[in-house]
Write a protein that binds this ligand. Structure first.
Ligand code: NAD
Length: 286
């Protein structure tokens, strides 16, 4: 692992703190960056709670917990975090201009050999990398899944300029985290996984619209017949129906009719039924 020992994670939210935690658990020296000390403290608190769960379940020695935290440094300075790193994972909010600005700052301060992974859910890797001119070959999509410490897959996405060496090093980093990888060899909206999940959720919505079954039975059918841990409607509520509608709208624009957002979903979002975060979605969460 010597080649990829030092890792910076930019953005310490839901995904970034999980990626930073897992990297430290697997022996990397990690620098976690966010915009304020408050955000970093909150990321560290989440990491602490998660590590406690690992210790409680016997998957982590209590002594190793301290070593994991020792390997994890936090800072609000991108320049400071990336000055000597081998790889960066960007996990800031899902906006092209923000991701481009963050990676431009990274490139200005990181060693020229550092790989630049972006944990976008659906933005174009090529568009993100386009802000970096000649350095675009160092950018690769590294799509983790929530919770990043537990989910088995990292979906790697090759942009138009991504070099084979960048892809190979991203694969090596994912392997060092104990992840399986799949490679989406063309930069295409929704990559592989977001297209699958969108289709499954859309069919669930059409079934609801057709009055075929209750939300509970639609979710139960998927969970028990296909061994999914959550049903598509439960997952929609968990991630937010507004986020889901945004994703479908993007896929519809890119791939056409098969991703047209169902009217029922548009109505629910318009009514403020966004799932868990608003207290009501397909299910009542109040
Ligand atoms: P989040 O809102 O929980 O976290 C984003 C963090 O980035 C925040 O803490 C914010 O303060 C920080 N940030 C914003 N601008 C920054 C900057 N300029 N420099 C440093 N930090 C900055 O979001 P999230 O759910 O962790 O998502 C992050 C990325 O991962 C997004 O691109 C998202 O699409 C993608 N993603 C999310 C999921 C998921 O299930 N949540 C899954 C896969 C991929």
């Amino acid at each position: 692992m010597t080649d990829l020992q030092r890792v910076a994670v930019i953005g310490g939210g839901v995904m970034g703190n999980g990626i930073a935690q897992l990297s430290a658990m697997k022996g990397h020296d990690v620098r976690l960056v966010d915009v304020s000390q408050e955000r970093l403290d909150s990321a560290l608190a989440s990491i602490g709670t998660s590590l406690d769960r690992f210790v409680k379940s016997g998957k982590l020695d209590a002594g190793d917990r301290a070593d994991v935290l020792d390997r994890l440094r936090t800072t609000t300075s991108v320049a400071d975090a990336v000055s000597d790193v081998d790889l960066v994972v960007e996990a800031v909010l899902e906006r092209l201009d923000v991701k481009q600005a963050v990676l431009a700052e990274v490139v200005a301060h990181a060693p020229v050999a550092a790989v630049l992974g972006t944990n976008t859910s659906q933005l174009s890797i090529t568009a993100i990398a386009s802000a970096l001119g000649d350095e675009a070959h160092r950018v690769v999509g590294m799509h983790f899944f929530n919770p990043a410490v537990l989910m088995r897959l990292v979906e790697l996405v090759v942009g138009l300029e991504t070099s084979p060496e960048t892809l190979a090093r991203a694969e090596a980093y994912a392997a060092s985290l104990g992840k399986e990888t799949v490679v989406c060899r063309k930069d295409s909206p929704g990559f592989l996984t977001s297209r699958f999940s969108a289709i499954l959720r859309m069919e669930a919505l059409h079934m609801l619209e057709e009055g075929l079954a209750t939300p509970e039975d639609i979710d139960k059918a998927v969970k028990l017949a296909f061994n999914h841990p959550m049903g598509p409607l439960e997952l929609g509520d968990f991630n937010g129906l507004d986020t889901y509608l945004d994703a479908l709208t993007g896929l519809h624009a890119a791939h056409g009719e098969r991703f047209r957002p169902p009217v029922e979903l548009k109505n629910m979002v318009a009514a403020g039924r966004l799932g868990r975060k608003s207290g009501r979605g397909f299910y009542d969460h109040s």
